[in-house]
Design a protein around this ligand. Structure first.
Ligand code: ADP
Length: 266
């Protein structure tokens, strides 16, 4: 933008001087506005579960509701869920704040990616409470990547648990790895609610949700994909979404492939 202005400067020196200064101020203001918006979002996200808990606790302590064997366990379970969501939220915030820090370090190592994905999906299947099937379409070859395993597990956790969260009962999820020339693509496809086209990029922004109430109800924090994006970019990769409303969603990320090793799995 500046370069564009400097050409104008020869003819309209004074004017473009003003424009350049305004440009700087706007950039500063933008950062400041984002910061304010973030603080407002965090406060709001924390206040919502707190006020919910307060009303349920008030209802419980009012009269003898706490003795009611029907109502009391339900109300306690709501406050428990809200507490858990708040803990998740604060953990996500701490994670983002660590990543914002310049000294943030990844512990990368050489990893056999297909074995790694099998392992992660196995673990997911073991803990699956919902009526959902996970299918795999993974190559038979050994492909190596240079990654911080814990961080990529976190990325997969966030993306696969979204696929589960936004899927109907009995839904099917496909985990695929596709080899490109210098990249490995990992695709997670669900048959869930889908995402409207003009939201496809925004879902990677902090706190952005297509349906706030629904996300909260499902225990979401609105930070999972923002964290996934930062982690993948820290691995020189990229993440994006494709979706068709009420048909399903595919979240894809690519990671650089390490030089190919010989040999096949058998
Ligand atoms: P949340 O905790 O709300 O799930 P995320 O950052 O993980 O936050 O995702 C942001 C938003 O993107 C979600 O609130 C939801 O609207 C949308 N989204 C993410 N994954 C999916 C999916 N697989 N299907 C439909 N919508 C999704």
């Amino acid at each position: 933008v500046r370069a564009g202005f400097s050409e104008v400067e020869d003819e309209h020196g004074e004017m473009s001087g003003i424009i350049t200064v305004l440009g700087d101020v706007t950039e500063q203001e933008e950062i400041e506005r984002e910061r304010r918006e973030f603080v407002a979002n965090v406060s709001h996200e924390l206040r919502t579960p707190l006020t919910t808990m307060r009303s349920y606790l008030e209802a419980l302590t009012d009269g003898s509701t706490w003795k009611d064997e029907q109502i009391a366990p339900k109300f306690l379970s709501v406050t428990q869920n809200e507490t858990e969501r708040m803990i998740r939220l604060v953990n996500d915030l701490l994670q983002l704040s660590k990543m914002d820090n310049k000294d943030y370090q990844l512990f990368k190592e050489q990893v056999n990616y297909i074995d790694f994905i099998h392992h992660v999906v196995d673990r997911f299947e073991l803990n699956l409470k919902e009526e959902i099937t996970i299918h795999r379409n993974l190559p038979d070859s050994n492909y190596y990547v240079w990654i911080d395993k814990d961080k990529v597990i976190q990325v997969l956790d966030n993306i696969i648990s979204n696929a589960i969260k936004y899927s109907p009962e009995g839904g099917e999820i496909l985990v695929e790895v596709v080899k490109r020339k210098h990249q490995l693509l990992t695709k997670i496809t669900d048959q869930g609610v889908g995402i409207p086209e003009d939201n496809l990029e925004k879902i990677f922004n902090r706190f952005y949700r297509v349906d706030k109430a629904r996300s909260r109800q499902l225990g979401g924090t609105g930070l999972g994909l923002a964290i996934a994006k930062e982690l993948i970019e820290a691995h020189d990769g990229e993440v994006w979404a494709d979706s068709e409303e009420s048909k399903g969603t595919t979240i894809t990320f690519r990671l650089p492939l390490m030089q190919e090793k010989r040999g096949h799995r058998s």
